[in-house]
Design a protein around this ligand. Structure first.
Ligand code: GLV
Ligand code: GLV
Length: 336
């Protein structure tokens, strides 16, 4: 069989590329310019001896999968909604991702967003850096308490999607003396939180953190009705995928004061922002950097490289998301 090659859509950290070099395999980077997306034509031009190492910005849909019949696809991300996994399985193509290593960095950044929006940190930074801080004032940049308020009331953190990242976000809340509630379609009874349904979570939470994967069931999970059911003093933090929130409804909610504020790392039509979003004073907007620490992104690159090498050699990838593919006729015909 042809030795094949690993095609990387856009550059990933050195640690991953170094592993591929050490393995002596052929590697091609389709788009060396990190600021530009990959051409669709390049994705459609891949072949059956290629393994694709792609980013979450690359749509790997049925057409791409059927055109190329790849040996495997590994996504440099934990979320893989950019890949049509059902179509991949039908084509006998294993798909893998990079879970686990990014859990703590992602939970840290979720908390950074929560604290930033509650205490208006970006707005205060801008004010200070622009030289507008002339005199201390008792009413300067008042925000909201995060943990225990001076009245002794514990704030409620509502975690939507209690997977690895949601759980790590919840763990951090104990240091803030918060009450934690969660909702998840598959609650684990052993978890030390109270599981409630989404309407109850929205009605009770002071901070709502979103961590579900993007699926048909979670698209627009938070729309007008849900936003209107939140407390007026509550904050929404989207650390999942943009389409989980109806962004136009969110802009109205923030403008009209249905909720106090929002912190977003992801957008419905990323990287575009809904009209009006950037003009609001009660938002914190990040460019999809939840897992972006040096060490975490390096480890993700190593995991993606190891997945890719397994796909190239017809071995079971450590982080395969469609393991049933290894029983499929298409996969067995190719490798057995
Ligand atoms: C980032 O959004 C990821 O899914 O890893
Ligand atoms: C604020 O700086 C205070 O001392 O209360």
């Amino acid at each position: 069989m042809n030795a094949g090659r690993i095609v990387v859509t856009r550059p990933i950290p050195r640690a991953g590329l170094a592993l591929l070099e050490e393995a002596g395999v052929t590697v091609e980077v389709l788009q060396p310019d990190e600021e530009r997306p990959v051409d669709r034509a390049a994705l459609l031009g891949l072949g059956r001896d290629d393994v694709l190492l792609c980013l979450l910005t690359d749509p790997i849909d049925r057409e791409v999968l059927q055109a190329s019949n790849l040996r495997g696809v590994t996504n440099y991300a934990v979320g893989y909604n950019n890949i049509d996994v059902g179509a991949a399985t039908e084509c006998g193509v294993p798909v893998s991702n990079t879970p686990g290593v990014l859990t703590e960095a992602s939970a840290d950044c979720t908390w950074a967003m929560l604290l930033a929006v509650a205490r208006r940190i970006p707005q205060a930074h801008r004010y200070t850096a622009e030289g507008r801080f002339k005199l201390w004032g008792a009413n300067l940049f008042l925000g909201s308490d995060v943990g225990l308020g001076p009245d002794g009331r514990r704030k409620v953190l509502g975690v939507v999607g209690f997977g690895r990242i949601g759980q790590a976000v919840a763990r951090r809340a104990s240091g803030f003396d918060m009450e934690v509630i969660a909702c998840d379609p598959a609650p684990a009874p052993a978890d030390p939180v109270e599981f409630v349904d989404l309407p109850e979570l929205l009605a009770r939470s002071d901070f709502v953190c979103l961590h579900p994967p993007l699926t048909d069931a979670t698209r627009h999970l938070i729309g007008e009705e849900e936003l209107r059911s939140m407390k007026r003093g509550a904050f929404l933090i989207n650390a999942a995928r943009g389409p989980v929130v109806d962004e136009a409804a969110l802009v109205r909610a923030l403008r009209e004061g249905w909720i106090a504020g929002a912190a977003l790392d992801v957008y419905e039509n990323e990287p575009q922002l809904s009209p009006g979003l950037a003009d609001l004073d009660n938002v914190v907007l990040l460019p999809h950097i939840l897992s972006a620490s040096h060490d975490t992104r390096g480890r993700m690159a190593e995991i993606a490289a190891r997945n890719a090498l397994c796909h190239l050699r017809g071995e079971r990838a450590p982080e395969v998301v469609n393991p049933e593919v290894y029983e499929s006729e298409a996969w067995l015909l190719r490798w057995r």
